[in-house]
Design a protein around this ligand. Structure first.
Ligand code: SF4
Ligand code: SF4
Length: 58
């Protein structure tokens, strides 16, 4: 299991990028966050800091 970003909700604020302990989130060319799901440990930190609830567990 890993987290993914609901792209329609993400506003590209980078809070999750800075908070992720695995450093596996980046802002993509579309200006929205994306998660490397092969590295994500499903800790939920990104969901905790996101102002719009965009990260969700798959
Ligand atoms: S769940 Fe944790 S490891 Fe996975 S992307 Fe979010 S902050 Fe990073
Ligand atoms: S914290 Fe939320 S809104 Fe900000 S870049 Fe991450 S997913 Fe997008």
């Amino acid at each position: 299991m890993a987290y993914k970003i609901e792209k329609d909700s993400c506003i590209g604020c980078s809070a999750c990028v800075d908070a992720c302990p695995m450093n596996c989130i980046k802002i993509g060319e579309d200006g929205k966050a994306e998660i490397d799901q092969d590295v994500c440990i499903s800790c939920g930190t990104c969901a905790g800091v996101c102002p719009v609830g965009a990260p969700a567990e798959e």
